[in-house]
Structure formats: structure tokens, C-alpha cells
Write a protein that binds this ligand. Structure first.
Ligand code: RB5
Length: 142
């Protein structure tokens, strides 16, 4: 599986650790930045990740910013993206099981790195339930 990943400056440390973790587990990782601790604008990194997911260049994505909201709002402007914010493992599982989120968004300033890692493992390890949830996500695009 090929996973795209991005962050702004607030998520850089967790992104760097996450890339090492994923590579160690045998995933392919495509890093869309930022790779600098300088203050930056999250849409500059969210849009390239979203486009890569939409084009099928990566299978799914992970995005970090301070609250997660800037990344989630930006990513969800893309028609082919269902970006879901998670802050614990229950939510991380449900955002795949119920919403089939193809990008997991994590709030780096509000959860520990071990929790971020646990959310990623839960999200990757959970299957979309389909059924009534498929009917619901099919009603999302406008
Ligand atoms: C950066 O200060 C912060 O605004 C950003 O990381 C994110 O939380 C925005 O939604």
C-alpha cells in the first residue's frame, strides 16, 4: 500500500515520526511536505495530497496540522476526498468503518504521538462496513 502524508509546521515532528514508522512496517510513503519547521500554510500541502489521492497515485493519506481542522477543511473541498479527523482510536476506527475516510487527519497539538500512532494503526486496520454507510457516503458529493 502506498500512503501519502503531509503536515504543516505544527505537525512536522509527528509526520517525521510517522514516515519512519510506516516505512518500518513496509508501506510505501509519499511525503508531500512540509519539511521545514518554519511557519507555513496548510493548504499548500493539503491540496497536493488530495490530488494524489484523487488520481490514485497513492491509496490513501494522512495529514497533520495543529488542530487538524485546517487540513480537514481543505482536503474536503476535493470531490474525491473524505478526510476524517480523529483524536482517539474509537473515532479513528469509526471514520473508516462508517465514513470510509480516505485521508486520516490528526491534531498534532492536541494528542500525543503514541495516540497519533495508535489512531493510524486502528484506521489502517479497519474495513469500511458498507451497507447503510455506503448509501450515506454516496449522498455526500454535491
Ligand atoms: C498553525 O498555527 C495552525 O493554525 C494550524 O496548524 C492548524 O491548527 C489550522 O487549522
Amino acid at each position: 500500500m502506498r500512503i501519502g502524508i503531509c503536515s504543516d509546521h505544527a505537525g512536522l515532528e509527528y509526520k517525521t515520526k510517522t514516515i519512519s514508522y510506516l516505512l518500518g512496517k513496509g508501506f510505501e510513503v509519499v511525503n508531500f511536505g512540509t519539511d521545514s519547521p518554519e511557519s507555513c500554510d496548510y493548504p499548500d500541502f493539503a491540496h497536493p495530497l488530495a490530488e494524489a489521492v484523487e488520481k490514485g497515485e497513492v491509496d490513501c493519506g494522512i495529514a497533520y496540522c495543529g488542530t487538524g481542522n485546517g487540513m480537514a477543511i481543505t482536503l474536503n473541498h476535493h470531490r474525491g476526498i473524505r478526510a476524517g479527523l480523529a483524536w482517539n482510536t474509537a473515532v479513528a476506527g469509526l471514520v473508516k468503518e462508517h465514513n470510509n475516510a480516505n485521508v486520516l487527519v490528526l491534531p498534532a497539538r492536541f494528542i500525543s504521538y503514541p495516540m497519533a500512532n495508535a489512531c493510524i494503526r486502528k484506521w489502517l486496520g479497519t474495513e469500511f462496513a458498507g451497507g447503510r454507510h455506503k448509501r450515506r457516503i454516496d449522498k455526500i458529493p454535491v
